[in-house]
Write a protein that binds this ligand. Structure first.
Ligand SMILES: *Cc1c(COP(=O)(O)O)cnc(C)c1O
Length: 429
């Protein structure tokens, strides 16, 4: 697989390089040089396959001979260990539930596949993953790498500033997962990570990697569940399909567009955001004017400068699609809450992110079309706000309830690079 840097098309890398490097020069994103396409009959055949076999076919179309097919399939089997069911919400609308993985959010798909690819590529060489989290990413990274050989994971988070349940989710694992509560805010944690990546000695000695969210392996993995969704739909729905994606950094939407470019029959996508509406405003008036980021109920989408937007534009450019065919909507907190109540009355318990996608879909779906919205997180993950909005209590899924009983294993550090460096360099027992 060949990829190029969107900031400098002359910088070309292999899949292995893109996965280990993350970003190109000038912080440029990598983008596939070739955009494979399946024929109609190939797509029909693929929709009959099981999730893992189909996903192997999709991913090997991109990755090519850089990873032998059998190895790739084994790695996918290790990563995709949970289902992505479509639940019917109304006669013409379904929710693609992407939250049945270990950290109850769709980021498990990308995170776990990235972990499999990084460990395949690094072979027996030890790697250290260092990352800072304000909550969710840390959990996904920790669970994705948990128990993998030759991988040490160090996760920094702001002490006392993440929810108790979030903390339990990834700070109780132990083994190769080290969690460090920093006396400072999230920015302080991120600054420490930056300093570590500027420390050449530390970087080479530990084989430092950031496993961050713009990694191309994550996006490729996410293509697979769009096919899995369509495979579950009746034939009539397949040709009239509109998919609404709750968007923050626009990785999920990028993956959906790549699925369409492979030949998946999707009539149209809707990009649904919260009040952080840089993209909806841009699609409305052609001006890219990010505001400062606003805190909303759907906090995983509180992004005003979406990282993956250049990839979205590149797909439209390469495929010669028209950007004005992309649906969009920005949904405020009040409407999000009333939509959650509307869904609850219809018998479907949802959380703020999915509710935003549903709202945009319900408002924009035409008669005769079939709509899917992505359920990006389990409602229990946003227990406090969901309970308050719906006025009812939620049960924790069993895995989470058990984890909530376990002791925290985090170490504590001041927001001081020397202290972090010492911790990183200390040989482990
Ligand atoms: C990360 C996240 C999103 C946004 O996904 P992007 O790929 O960043 O657009 C939406 N919902 C939930 C629950 C998330 O965790």
């Amino acid at each position: 697989m060949k990829l190029y840097n969107l900031k400098d098309h002359n910088e070309q890398v292999s899949f292995a390089q893109a996965v280990t490097q993350g970003l190109g020069s000038q912080q440029g994103l990598f983008f596939p040089h070739d955009l494979p396409e399946f024929s109609l009959t190939e797509v029909d055949d693929m929709l009959e396959m099981d999730f893992v076999s189909r996903s192997s076919k999709i991913l090997s179309a991109f990755i090519g001979d850089e990873i032998p097919a059998e190895i790739l399939e084994t790695r996918i089997r290790n990563a995709f260990t949970f289902p992505a069911p479509v639940k019917e919400v109304q006669s013409d609308i379904g929710c693609l539930e992407l939250f049945h993985g270990p950290t109850l959010a769709f980021k498990d798909f990308g995170g776990r596949f990235m972990a499999q690819m990084l460990t395949h590529i690094s072979g027996d060489k030890p790697v250290t993953i260092l990352t800072a989290t304000s909550g969710d990413t840390g959990a996904a990274v920790a669970h994705a790498f948990y128990g993998l050989k030759n991988v040490r994971v160090v996760i920094l988070y702001p002490r006392g500033k993440i929810s108790p349940l979030q903390e339990k989710l990834f700070c109780t694992l132990g083994d190769n997962i080290e969690t460090v509560a920093i006396d400072g805010d999230f920015d302080a944690c991120q600054a420490l990570v930056k300093q570590a990546f500027d420390d050449e000695e530390l970087k080479t000695q530990l084989g430092l990697n950031s496993a961050n969210s713009i990694n191309i392996s994550r996006l490729l993995a996410q293509i697979c569940y769009y096919f899995e969704a369509v495979a579950q739909l009746p034939q009539e729905a397949r040709n009239q399909l509109v998919i609404s994606v709750p968007s923050g950094n626009f990785g999920d939407l990028t993956a959906g567009l790549l699925a369409k470019s492979l030949g998946l029959p999707v009539k149209r996508f809707i990009a649904a955001t919260n009040a952080n509406d840089t993209v909806p405003r841009y699609l409305e008036n052609g001006k890219w004017e990010p505001d400062s980021t606003r805190a909303t109920l759907s906090n995983a989408m509180d992004v005003s400068q979406p990282n993956n937007w250049p990839r979205v534009e590149e797909i439209f450019r390469r495929k010669i699609w028209r950007l004005n065919e992309l649906g969009y909507a920005a949904v405020d907190d009040e409407t999000t809450a009333s939509t959650m109540r509307e869904l609850n009355d219809a018998g479907y318990v949802s959380e703020p992110h999915a509710a935003i996608a549903y709202r945009a879909l319900r408002d924009q779906l035409h008669p005769g079309e079939y709509g899917l919205f992505l359920g990006t997180a389990h409602p229990a993950k946003f227990k406090e706000s969901v309970e308050e909005i719906l006025g009812q209590t939620l049960d924790l899924p069993e895995a989470l309830a058990e984890r909530a009983e376990l002791p925290l294993l985090s170490q504590f550090l001041p927001a001081d690079y020397a202290a972090l460096r010492q911790l990183m360099m200390k040989p482990r027992d």
